[in-house]
Design a protein around this ligand. Structure first.
Ligand SMILES: NC(=O)c1ccc[n+]([C@@H]2O[C@H](COP(=O)([O-])OP(=O)(O)OC[C@H]3O[C@@H](n4cnc5c(N)ncnc54)[C@H](OP(=O)(O)O)[C@@H]3O)[C@@H](O)[C@H]2O)c1
Length: 189
Protein backbone atom coordinates (compact mmCIF):
# COMPACT_ATOMS: atom_id res chain seq x y z
CA UNK A 1 0.00 0.00 0.00
CA UNK A 2 1.10 3.53 -0.86
CA UNK A 3 4.16 4.20 -2.94
CA UNK A 4 7.41 5.57 -1.52
CA UNK A 5 5.44 6.89 1.50
CA UNK A 6 3.06 8.87 -0.70
CA UNK A 7 -0.66 8.17 -0.55
CA UNK A 8 -2.03 6.71 -3.79
CA UNK A 9 -5.68 7.57 -4.43
CA UNK A 10 -7.98 6.75 -7.32
CA UNK A 11 -10.91 8.84 -8.48
CA UNK A 12 -13.63 7.72 -10.88
CA UNK A 13 -17.30 8.09 -11.68
CA UNK A 14 -18.97 4.72 -12.30
CA UNK A 15 -22.41 3.52 -13.35
CA UNK A 16 -24.37 0.80 -11.54
CA UNK A 17 -22.73 -1.74 -13.91
CA UNK A 18 -19.28 -0.16 -13.30
CA UNK A 19 -19.02 1.54 -16.71
CA UNK A 20 -16.66 4.54 -16.84
CA UNK A 21 -16.47 5.30 -20.56
CA UNK A 22 -17.99 4.94 -23.98
CA UNK A 23 -16.39 5.90 -27.35
CA UNK A 24 -13.52 7.55 -25.43
CA UNK A 25 -15.86 9.92 -23.60
CA UNK A 26 -17.60 9.95 -20.25
CA UNK A 27 -21.04 8.33 -20.57
CA UNK A 28 -22.66 11.38 -18.86
CA UNK A 29 -22.12 15.04 -18.13
CA UNK A 30 -22.57 15.88 -14.45
CA UNK A 31 -21.10 19.25 -13.68
CA UNK A 32 -21.02 18.72 -9.88
CA UNK A 33 -18.93 15.61 -10.47
CA UNK A 34 -16.43 17.46 -12.68
CA UNK A 35 -16.12 20.06 -9.90
CA UNK A 36 -15.63 17.28 -7.36
CA UNK A 37 -12.83 15.83 -9.52
CA UNK A 38 -11.16 19.24 -9.82
CA UNK A 39 -11.48 19.94 -6.08
CA UNK A 40 -10.10 16.53 -5.10
CA UNK A 41 -7.11 16.55 -7.47
CA UNK A 42 -6.13 20.21 -7.00
CA UNK A 43 -4.86 21.14 -3.56
CA UNK A 44 -5.03 24.83 -2.77
CA UNK A 45 -1.45 25.67 -1.86
CA UNK A 46 1.02 28.36 -2.79
CA UNK A 47 3.17 26.10 -4.93
CA UNK A 48 3.15 25.94 -8.72
CA UNK A 49 2.18 22.27 -8.56
CA UNK A 50 -1.21 21.79 -6.91
CA UNK A 51 -1.80 18.17 -7.84
CA UNK A 52 -0.29 15.12 -9.52
CA UNK A 53 -2.32 12.81 -11.75
CA UNK A 54 -1.52 9.55 -13.55
CA UNK A 55 -3.56 8.46 -16.53
CA UNK A 56 -3.58 6.16 -19.55
CA UNK A 57 -3.06 7.51 -23.05
CA UNK A 58 -6.76 7.24 -24.02
CA UNK A 59 -7.91 9.15 -20.95
CA UNK A 60 -5.43 11.92 -21.85
CA UNK A 61 -6.86 12.02 -25.37
CA UNK A 62 -10.43 11.99 -24.02
CA UNK A 63 -9.58 15.29 -22.31
CA UNK A 64 -8.47 16.91 -25.56
CA UNK A 65 -4.79 15.79 -25.18
CA UNK A 66 -4.21 18.72 -22.84
CA UNK A 67 -2.56 18.50 -19.41
CA UNK A 68 -4.90 19.44 -16.57
CA UNK A 69 -4.47 23.04 -15.33
CA UNK A 70 -2.41 23.57 -12.13
CA UNK A 71 -1.55 19.86 -11.98
CA UNK A 72 1.27 17.71 -13.35
CA UNK A 73 0.13 14.85 -15.59
CA UNK A 74 1.91 11.54 -16.07
CA UNK A 75 0.60 9.87 -19.21
CA UNK A 76 1.24 6.16 -19.73
CA UNK A 77 1.70 4.88 -23.29
CA UNK A 78 3.71 2.05 -24.83
CA UNK A 79 4.47 4.34 -27.81
CA UNK A 80 8.07 5.51 -27.50
CA UNK A 81 7.48 8.66 -29.58
CA UNK A 82 4.20 9.68 -27.91
CA UNK A 83 5.63 12.77 -26.16
CA UNK A 84 7.01 13.97 -29.49
CA UNK A 85 3.72 13.25 -31.31
CA UNK A 86 1.81 15.38 -28.81
CA UNK A 87 4.38 18.19 -28.52
CA UNK A 88 5.03 17.39 -24.86
CA UNK A 89 8.85 17.32 -24.96
CA UNK A 90 10.32 19.94 -22.63
CA UNK A 91 7.00 20.61 -20.85
CA UNK A 92 7.15 20.64 -17.06
CA UNK A 93 3.46 19.85 -16.51
CA UNK A 94 3.15 16.64 -18.57
CA UNK A 95 5.42 13.62 -18.79
CA UNK A 96 4.99 10.51 -20.91
CA UNK A 97 6.07 7.28 -19.23
CA UNK A 98 5.93 3.74 -20.56
CA UNK A 99 4.72 1.72 -17.59
CA UNK A 100 2.87 2.18 -14.30
CA UNK A 101 5.95 1.69 -12.09
CA UNK A 102 7.75 4.58 -13.77
CA UNK A 103 4.62 6.73 -13.41
CA UNK A 104 4.35 5.98 -9.68
CA UNK A 105 8.09 6.40 -8.99
CA UNK A 106 8.35 9.73 -10.81
CA UNK A 107 5.04 10.98 -9.41
CA UNK A 108 6.05 10.08 -5.82
CA UNK A 109 9.39 11.82 -6.22
CA UNK A 110 7.69 14.95 -7.54
CA UNK A 111 5.11 14.80 -4.73
CA UNK A 112 7.90 14.83 -2.11
CA UNK A 113 9.51 17.89 -3.66
CA UNK A 114 6.19 19.71 -4.04
CA UNK A 115 5.00 18.83 -0.50
CA UNK A 116 1.95 16.99 -1.80
CA UNK A 117 0.64 14.00 0.20
CA UNK A 118 -1.30 12.29 -2.57
CA UNK A 119 -0.82 10.99 -6.10
CA UNK A 120 -4.07 10.66 -8.06
CA UNK A 121 -4.75 7.78 -10.44
CA UNK A 122 -7.47 9.05 -12.79
CA UNK A 123 -8.00 6.16 -15.26
CA UNK A 124 -8.79 4.42 -17.42
CA UNK A 125 -9.65 0.77 -16.99
CA UNK A 126 -6.20 -0.87 -17.07
CA UNK A 127 -4.49 1.88 -15.07
CA UNK A 128 -7.17 1.70 -12.35
CA UNK A 129 -6.90 -2.06 -12.24
CA UNK A 130 -3.06 -2.27 -12.26
CA UNK A 131 -2.74 0.49 -9.63
CA UNK A 132 -5.16 -1.08 -7.12
CA UNK A 133 -2.37 -2.96 -5.34
CA UNK A 134 -0.68 0.36 -4.46
CA UNK A 135 -3.90 2.23 -3.66
CA UNK A 136 -4.81 3.51 -0.18
CA UNK A 137 -8.00 5.41 -0.96
CA UNK A 138 -10.65 5.38 -3.68
CA UNK A 139 -13.07 8.21 -4.38
CA UNK A 140 -15.98 6.87 -6.41
CA UNK A 141 -18.93 8.80 -7.72
CA UNK A 142 -21.70 6.24 -8.03
CA UNK A 143 -23.99 7.31 -10.86
CA UNK A 144 -27.42 5.76 -10.65
CA UNK A 145 -27.74 4.52 -14.24
CA UNK A 146 -26.92 1.43 -16.25
CA UNK A 147 -24.82 1.93 -19.39
CA UNK A 148 -25.52 -0.87 -21.84
CA UNK A 149 -22.97 -0.09 -24.58
CA UNK A 150 -19.96 1.11 -22.59
CA UNK A 151 -16.42 0.05 -23.46
CA UNK A 152 -14.37 0.94 -20.34
CA UNK A 153 -15.13 -0.36 -16.84
CA UNK A 154 -13.95 0.16 -13.26
CA UNK A 155 -12.68 -3.03 -11.56
CA UNK A 156 -14.38 -4.74 -8.63
CA UNK A 157 -12.88 -3.48 -5.36
CA UNK A 158 -10.67 -5.94 -3.51
CA UNK A 159 -12.11 -6.97 -0.13
CA UNK A 160 -9.66 -4.82 1.88
CA UNK A 161 -11.50 -1.67 0.80
CA UNK A 162 -14.32 -0.46 3.02
CA UNK A 163 -16.58 2.59 2.96
CA UNK A 164 -15.09 5.43 5.02
CA UNK A 165 -17.47 8.23 4.01
CA UNK A 166 -20.61 8.53 1.96
CA UNK A 167 -22.51 11.61 0.79
CA UNK A 168 -26.27 12.02 0.55
CA UNK A 169 -27.79 11.07 -2.77
CA UNK A 170 -27.70 14.10 -5.11
CA UNK A 171 -29.59 14.91 -8.29
CA UNK A 172 -28.24 16.50 -11.47
CA UNK A 173 -31.00 18.50 -13.13
CA UNK A 174 -29.52 18.61 -16.63
CA UNK A 175 -28.87 14.89 -17.03
CA UNK A 176 -31.69 13.88 -14.66
CA UNK A 177 -29.26 11.46 -12.98
CA UNK A 178 -28.87 10.69 -9.28
CA UNK A 179 -25.38 10.21 -7.88
CA UNK A 180 -23.42 10.05 -4.63
CA UNK A 181 -19.79 10.40 -3.59
CA UNK A 182 -18.28 7.48 -1.65
CA UNK A 183 -14.79 7.28 -0.12
CA UNK A 184 -13.28 3.81 0.28
CA UNK A 185 -10.16 3.20 2.34
CA UNK A 186 -7.92 0.18 2.45
CA UNK A 187 -7.84 -1.63 5.80
CA UNK A 188 -4.20 -2.41 5.07
CA UNK A 189 -3.27 1.29 4.75
N1 LIG B 1 -15.70 7.82 -15.47
C1 LIG B 1 -14.45 8.12 -15.11
O1 LIG B 1 -14.19 8.48 -13.96
C2 LIG B 1 -13.35 8.01 -16.11
C3 LIG B 1 -12.02 8.23 -15.75
C4 LIG B 1 -11.03 8.08 -16.73
C5 LIG B 1 -11.37 7.72 -18.02
N2 LIG B 1 -12.67 7.53 -18.31
C6 LIG B 1 -13.10 7.08 -19.65
O2 LIG B 1 -12.42 5.87 -19.92
C7 LIG B 1 -12.11 5.79 -21.31
C8 LIG B 1 -10.60 5.72 -21.49
O3 LIG B 1 -10.10 4.68 -20.71
P1 LIG B 1 -9.54 3.32 -21.34
O4 LIG B 1 -9.65 2.30 -20.27
O5 LIG B 1 -10.22 3.06 -22.64
O6 LIG B 1 -8.03 3.70 -21.68
P2 LIG B 1 -6.82 4.28 -20.77
O7 LIG B 1 -6.53 3.36 -19.65
O8 LIG B 1 -7.03 5.70 -20.45
O9 LIG B 1 -5.66 4.21 -21.85
C9 LIG B 1 -5.24 2.96 -22.31
C10 LIG B 1 -3.88 3.15 -22.92
O10 LIG B 1 -2.95 3.57 -21.91
C11 LIG B 1 -1.70 2.96 -22.15
N3 LIG B 1 -1.37 2.10 -21.04
C12 LIG B 1 -2.15 1.83 -19.94
N4 LIG B 1 -1.46 1.04 -19.08
C13 LIG B 1 -0.25 0.83 -19.64
C14 LIG B 1 0.92 0.13 -19.22
N5 LIG B 1 0.96 -0.51 -18.04
N6 LIG B 1 1.99 0.12 -20.03
C15 LIG B 1 1.98 0.78 -21.22
N7 LIG B 1 0.90 1.48 -21.67
C16 LIG B 1 -0.18 1.50 -20.88
C17 LIG B 1 -1.80 2.24 -23.49
O11 LIG B 1 -1.51 3.25 -24.46
P3 LIG B 1 -0.89 2.92 -25.92
O12 LIG B 1 -2.01 2.30 -26.68
O13 LIG B 1 -0.51 4.27 -26.44
O14 LIG B 1 0.27 2.02 -25.67
C18 LIG B 1 -3.29 1.89 -23.51
O15 LIG B 1 -3.79 1.66 -24.82
C19 LIG B 1 -12.72 7.05 -21.91
O16 LIG B 1 -14.05 6.74 -22.33
C20 LIG B 1 -12.75 8.02 -20.76
O17 LIG B 1 -13.75 9.02 -20.93
C21 LIG B 1 -13.66 7.67 -17.39
Amino acid sequence: MSYAHTEVAQIAAISSNRCIGKDNELPWHISADLQHFKRMTTKQNDGDIQGIVIMGRKTFESMGSKPLPKRVSFIISSQLDYAKQKGLIGKDNAYVVHNLDDALTQAASLAHGAHLDTIWVIGGERVFSDALMYTDRIELTHVDTEITDGDAFYPELPSEFEVAEESEKMHDEKSALDFKFVTYKSKQG
